[in-house]
Design a protein around this ligand. Structure first.
Ligand code: PEP
Length: 246
């Protein structure tokens, strides 16, 4: 399966920094890489990134409303994202689950809203440190994925899944390749039970992936790419991870 390296800029960037980062990426990615590449950017910069990015880079958002339109002040619906050429929408990132109290059911509805507009949701699942220490990792990620399967039925084969242990996000602590692979294989089995098209679903790893650890993570059987936070803001680091995925 072709790997996917997706950058999550989070709430970082400005017009001039985005310009410089995209110019460096466009220069290096003039020839389409052997893996898929995307950048998930803050909503106000979608238009800028759409116009500046190289053709080999896909555009992503960091969230999407569960609603198609209407009185939802502050929200951005999938049809609006579509207007700006958005191909991917991150849903259920742990920062949204944690700071915006997003439930498993809401995350599943957001995935459905994205799919309805032909946008691929990158559905994030992952356990906290306390949950891991309590031996609850499998139970937590399976519960989070089950909600998305329940709401999306056979369309589940159209999602991208991202395993992001919360304790590894932005902390510099990475799951070892074996730890990550063991959760990925659980998720793969759950997808397999839900759809005969499970082989199409990319399962990304996210959590302090960087130029130094990318190759060993990406070499695992069920790790089909990476969701990259901090390291996606530096062109050289992001490009090294892309190189490791080819
Ligand atoms: C993320 O925000 O999805 C992420 C994986 O962040 P970082 O790479 O900085 O840990």
């Amino acid at each position: 399966m072709k790997k996917l390296i997706a950058g999550n800029w989070k709430m970082n960037g400005n017009l001039s920094a985005n310009h410089a980062l995209l110019a460096a990426l466009a220069d290096a990615l003039r020839v389409k890489p052997a893996c898929d590449v995307a950048v998930c950017v803050p909503a106000p910069y979608l238009a800028q990134v759409q116009s500046l990015k190289a053709a080999s880079i896909d555009l992503g958002s960091q969230d999407v409303s569960a609603h198609p339109s209407g009185a939802y002040t502050g929200e951005v619906c999938a049809a609006m994202l579509k207007d700006f050429g958005v191909r991917y929408a991150i849903v259920g990132h742990s920062e949204r689950r944690q700071y915006h109290a997003e439930s498993d059911a809401l995350v599943a509805d957001k995935a459905k809203a994205a799919l309805a507009e032909g946008i691929t949701p990158i559905v994030c699942v992952g356990e906290t440190l306390a949950e891991r220490q309590a031996g609850r990792t499998e139970e937590v990620v399976k519960r989070q994925l089950a909600a998305v399967i329940h709401t999306n039925g056979h369309c589940i084969s159209e999602i991208v899944l991202a395993y992001e242990p919360v304790w590894a996000i932005g902390t510099g602590k990475t799951a070892s390749p074996e730890e990550a692979q063991s959760v990925h294989s659980v998720l793969r089995a759950q997808l397999k039970a839900a759809t005969d098209q499970s082989a199409r679903v990319k399962i990304l790893y996210g959590g302090s992936m960087n130029a130094a650890n990318a190759s060993s993570l990406l070499a695992q059987a069920d790790i089909d790419g990476g969701l990259i936070g901090g390291a996606s803001l530096k062109a050289a680091d992001f490009l090294s991870i892309i190189a490791a995925a080819q």
